[in-house]
Design a protein. Structure first.
Length: 100
């Protein structure tokens, strides 16, 4: 690699990282499995007649954190977080593998 191409490679890597970060946020919004999971969590909370604040207290976290989990825009929740949320609203998590 020539000396001139080293800075260009660094710039391309930085742009690629920024583009990946933005597209990662959009990908969460388009991820059907994640959307279904989050919809189910919110439906379980609503069916239990529980507020985000009450869920947060049961999960030992903040209402803001619960809101962020429900939105799916900031990060993909871990399985542990999903299980804690489900437990807080009196639900349970099932994981299945189905033939495609």
């Amino acid at each position: 690699m020539s000396k001139a191409s080293v800075p260009m490679a660094g710039t391309l890597a930085m742009l690629s990282h920024a583009r990946h970060h933005r597209s990662g946020q959009r990908a969460l919004l388009r991820d059907r499995v994640l959307r279904v999971l989050l919809t189910d969590l919110v439906a379980a909370r609503t069916a239990a007649g529980t507020t985000q604040h009450a869920v947060a207290m049961r999960m030992w976290t903040t209402k803001r954190a619960v809101s962020r989990v429900q939105s799916g825009r900031y990060a993909r929740p871990t399985l542990a977080t999903v299980e804690r949320y489900a437990l807080a609203v009196g639900a349970r998590v099932e994981i299945r593998v189905r033939p495609g």
